[in-house]
Design a protein around this ligand. Sequence first.
Ligand code: COA
Length: 283
Amino acid sequence: MKNRSALEAYSEGKAWWETEISDIKKNSIQLRGYPIEELIGRVSYSQMLYLLLCGELLGDKKAKLFESVLVAGADHGPRAPSIAAARMSATCGISFNSSVATGINLLGDIHGGAGEKAMKLFYRTKRLYDEDGDLHAAAVQVCGEFLEKGEKIPGLGHQLHDDDPRVRKLYSLSQSYIESGDISGIYLDIAEEIRKALQEMKGRKMTMNIDGVSAAVQCELGIPAEAAKGVFALSRGMGIVAHAYEELMNGLLVKGPCPNEDALVRYTGVPCRHIEEGVQYEQ
Ligand SMILES: CC(C)(COP(=O)(O)OP(=O)(O)OC[C@H]1O[C@@H](n2cnc3c(N)ncnc32)[C@H](O)[C@@H]1OP(=O)(O)O)[C@@H](O)C(=O)NCCC(=O)NCCS
């Protein structure tokens, strides 16, 4: 990604908006070169997403695998901060799309967005592996680098699950794609090797999470790491839309983060004190 001034690029003769994605003229809409009327009714949602994002049409089979990633991440109930935030917003009288945006805006490196970091890690591990052909050594090296910095390895661990059905299913589905030769499986191997390496280093069971396996599958499909948060927003966006809609239809008003129970919110500041008349307060 080049960082340069838009004004400079414009003065060098580029158009103000340059795009390789869409060519829109009167009565003509072409996306990545394909007339929209040829895409409508022929390509799936995941094929359209891949086309817009990566520039080419994904074959039907691979598109189904990509779609499985989108389906897997769609919802994790109101325990997931993004879903809870969207539902909370819906009770506060803001518009439906603003409630949806509130949920989407909560997706970050820790909740829902670890995929980007995981993909960068897997792509990097692959480069190390290509250099010296030792996958285990590459996995140990990258895990060591994260731990030295005091950082968690993206794509591993979960607050609730230690045998996440989504992870299990995406792995077994991917296995059938490896067997049929549709994907190489190298990034799934890399993810698993990193999990094993961390498990050895920590001396405790470490599990792959949904962001980790989704990242590995997206690497298999050649999706750029920087796109991962956007892809997840479209996946979790389905759940966010449904939950915000349900809460809106419930008609409940002002549902805060928790009910008014003392045990749930605790004040930990100075005890009650009073402003004394005539005293100058300075700090
Ligand atoms: C998701 C996450 C916050 C869950 O944490 P948790 O269940 O509360 O696990 P804990 O923080 O209690 O960790 C338990 C132990 O496992 C270790 N651990 C858990 N996940 C780890 C990870 N991804 N990398 C390194 N160590 C990890 C912790 O360091 C801790 O070890 P310690 O006892 O030696 O300190 C954590 O696993 C994480 O940050 N993962 C990376 C980010 C990610 O993939 N997020 C997507 C989640 S779907």
